[in-house]
Write a protein that binds this ligand. Structure first.
Ligand code: ARG
Length: 402
């Protein structure tokens, strides 16, 4: 093996992987690091020096924020994708994008392998491996954490020092974190006990609801074909829009999620998520769909949301099924244009109004006033036919009891 592209964060694991790869595959191995900015709020420029210091040959650093939002996050928003009804999939959506970019680098650089620092008991390894397998089946996949027997931070530091590598010693957080524009995933430490309330220091994207303002904020989010385009009448680029909602979400303590979820590898794990922007946008989007989607489309789409979320969670982003679902979802979004008014208050987001030029809500049909145009008499015949199978079954059951 001559060349490998490594998903690199500059943290301890991916730094230690560099000397480990050399030890295993020889000193001539060329190691090209790949670091992506998905809005984790960390300056990535310093990673250049860090990677070289840790023994890498080269590094690519890409700003993927916009692409992440438009090509990964927004499709998932339109799909209503929440894993197990709660998790907005921030981490799960980031992986396929990083993997895709790594494959591009690997092909350009003529590399033989790709490498990531995911552990053997998580979901992220599945997402990376399946994306690599779909996009570049010929590349070898190396996952050192599945192979090596180092179990603690101390062991890893010792290993690096033994190999004369300058590993970054950063301030240690008691949690395992993954952050991007769609939210933060928080695991480990005291959170491993599902009975323990998360300490305040676990959170970063939201202030505690009890600290939030006593005055609610009212905002209007407008969508065009299912895509959020403006806040309070001001058109915003995807990144600006997300940043604006992130600030509002922080201030009002929106989007803290505490759940025990079913991992793909079979383990149940306690997860804390912070997803202020996702929480606001999912609520708003759902409300607009309520107004604009025909009933059967709406019901069918809800079933698909569940499958779509599972596919994203299970690392099937590049699968033909997920792409075909996207085609269906895009078609449903044709009419999802309009405005949603939301109230943000002490941790909750409540829809208080919605309107659309494509609304299917007909007040003349819905009203209980004199303006009513609905033909009440027609209901009787409808119910008779609709209920006929039940009526026939009822008669049979009554007879059989005699
Ligand atoms: N349980 C979440 C998921 O599977 C979060 C994973 C967090 N990953 C991490 N490297 N800390 O998507």
């Amino acid at each position: 093996m001559k060349k490998v592209v490594l998903a690199y964060s500059g943290g301890l694991d991916t730094s230690v992987i560099i000397p480990w790869l050399r030890e295993k595959y020889g000193n001539d191995l060329s190691i090209v690091c790949y670091a992506a900015d998905l809005g984790q709020g960390k300056e990535l420029e310093p990673l250049k020096e860090k990677a070289i210091k840790s023994g890498a040959n080269d590094i690519y650093i890409d700003d993927l924020k916009k692409e992440f939002l438009t090509d990964y996050v927004y499709p998932a928003l339109k799909a209503g994708a929440l894993y197990e009804g709660q998790y907005p999939l921030a981490t799960a959506l980031g992986r396929p994008l990083i993997a895709k970019k790594m494959v591009e680098v690997a092909l350009k650089e003529n590399a033989d392998a790709v490498c990531h620092g995911c552990t053997g008991k998580g979901n992220d390894q599945v997402r990376f491996d399946l994306a690599f397998a779909t996009l570049a089946p010929h590349l070898k996949i190396i996952a050192p954490l599945r192979e090596w027997d180092m179990k603690s931070r101390e062991e890893e530091i010792e290993y690096a020092q033994k190999h004369g590598i300058d590993v970054p010693v950063t301030k240690q957080t008691p949690y395992s974190l993954d952050l991007n524009l769609w939210g933060q995933s928080i695991e480990c430490g005291v959170l491993e006990n599902p009975w323990t309330e998360p300490p305040e220091d676990a959170y970063k994207l939201t202030q505690a609801p009890e600290q939030a303002s006593d005055t609610p904020a009212y905002i209007t989010v407008s969508f065009d074909k299912g895509i959020p385009k403006s806040v309070d009448g001001t058109d915003l680029e995807p990144l600006e829009l997300v940043e604006k909602l992130a600030k509002l979400g922080y201030d009002h303590g929106i989007g803290r999620i505490d759940m025990v979820e079913n991992r793909l590898v079979g383990i149940k794990s306690r997860e804390i998520y912070e997803a202020p922007v996702a929480t606001i946008l999912f609520e708003a989007h759902k409300a607009l769909e309520g107004l604009t989607l025909e009933r059967e489309v709406s019901h069918y789409k809800q079933k698909m949301s569940h499958d779509y979320a599972n596919m994203v969670y299970y690392g099937q982003w590049f699968s033909p099924l997920r792409q075909a679902m996207d085609a269906f979802i895009t078609s449903t979004q044709e009419w999802v244009t309009g405005d949603v008014r939301l109230k943000l208050f002490k941790g909750s987001v409540t829809v208080v109004g919605r309107k659309s030029p494509n609304s299917l809500y007909d007040e003349a049909l819905a009203t209980y006033t004199e303006e009513d145009v609905f033909d009440h008499a027609s209901a009787e015949g409808f119910i008779r036919c609709f209920g006929l199978p039940l009526q026939v079954t009822g008669s049979r059951d009554l007879k059989s009891k005699k």
